[in-house]
Design a binder for this molecule. Structure first.
Ligand code: ADP
Ligand code: IPE
Length: 263
């Protein structure tokens, strides 16, 4: 059984405040919950984390979201990659403290894009990690792009690609809201949660999906769900609030949580 878990930038960093600061305690708690879940249930796991300000703030300030135009832009592109490696280093370290070993793959070494869309993804090493019982880890990054020279790949695009290629059983999207609502719950306090989403209510859901209100160049909830729908038809996706204690444990062990999407 293959699970893919995303820890959004809104969970692992201070994305709301747009601070280049990782939430170490939250990352540690998530590591503990993953460990507990793996002691309770057998599954393979790929962990993907988002960027928060470590990616979105830099890309926005540097103005390199629509292509690299000169040498200076290439230097900025490299800075974003370094910043994401730094955040990934923090995640690896916090997991290690809890006795969970992660095996990182550097997205800009294995992914190529054209016009912000993945065109190739070398998943060979990832497959090897999985079959050896290891937890491979990737993250949102900036990667070479055949049209734009360099572009952002979100953790969500990485997950959408992998879920299809590796035929994942379930994708868990851990974010800072406890599911998908009839409107962005951060802007509309009357928004109602969809407990389940499938073809019968998809039209209403599609209208409700919006971008994030934080600094985000990859499309917030709208980008997340549209990418999954494009690549993972027939698959199961759970959107839940990973900032809540026990949420990751509950999600991975099959307890009812968040919004369940069956495209
Ligand atoms: P992450 O950083 O966890 O990957 P994003 O910030 O990209 O997540 O997207 C999550 C955000 O999407 C939420 O914080 C919420 O404000 C926004 N959002 C927009 N529309 C909706 C909706 N219909 N239901 C839930 N959240 C929504
Ligand atoms: C974005 O990754 C990567 C960069 C901006 C370099 P994500 O789109 O997965 O990040 P979050 O989860 O929304 O913060």
């Amino acid at each position: 059984m293959l699970y893919i878990l995303k820890i959004g930038g809104s969970v692992c960093t201070e994305k709301d405040e747009n601070n280049l600061q990782a939430k170490e305690e939250t990352i540690q708690r998530i590591a503990r919950e993953i460990k507990q879940a793996m002691e309770n249930k057998r599954f393979q796991l790929i962990l993907v984390h988002g960027a928060g300000p470590f990616g979105h703030k830099l890309v926005t300030d540097f103005e390199i979201d629509n292509g690299l135009k000169n040498e200076e832009d290439f230097a900025k592109f490299k800075k974003v990659q370094e910043s994401m490696k730094q955040l990934n280093g923090i995640v690896l370290k916090e997991f290690e403290k809890e006795g969970v070993e992660l095996h990182p793959l550097v997205p800009h070494e294995v992914i190529r894009q054209e016009n912000k869309k993945i065109t190739s993804f070398d998943t060979q090493i990832l497959g090897q990690f999985l079959s050896n019982g290891k937890i491979p880890t990737l993250y949102g990054d900036m990667v070479p792009d055949s049209k734009l020279k360099g572009s952002v790949v979100s953790g969500d695009s990485i997950i959408a690609w992998l879920s299809r290629e590796l035929k994942a059983d379930t994708v868990f999207l851990g974010t800072d809201v406890d599911g998908i609502y009839s409107a962005d719950p951060k802007k509309d306090s009357n928004a109602k949660r969809f407990d389940r989403i499938n073809e019968s209510n998809w039209l209403a859901v599609e209208k409700a999906l919006d971008e994030a209100s934080t600094v985000d160049v990859t499309g917030g909830m709208k980008g997340k769900i549209e990418k999954m729908r494009e690549k993972f038809k027939g698959g199961k996706v759970i959107v839940f609030d990973a900032n809540k204690e026990e949420s990751v444990f509950k999600a991975l062990t099959g307890q009812k949580i968040g919004t369940l999407i069956e495209f």
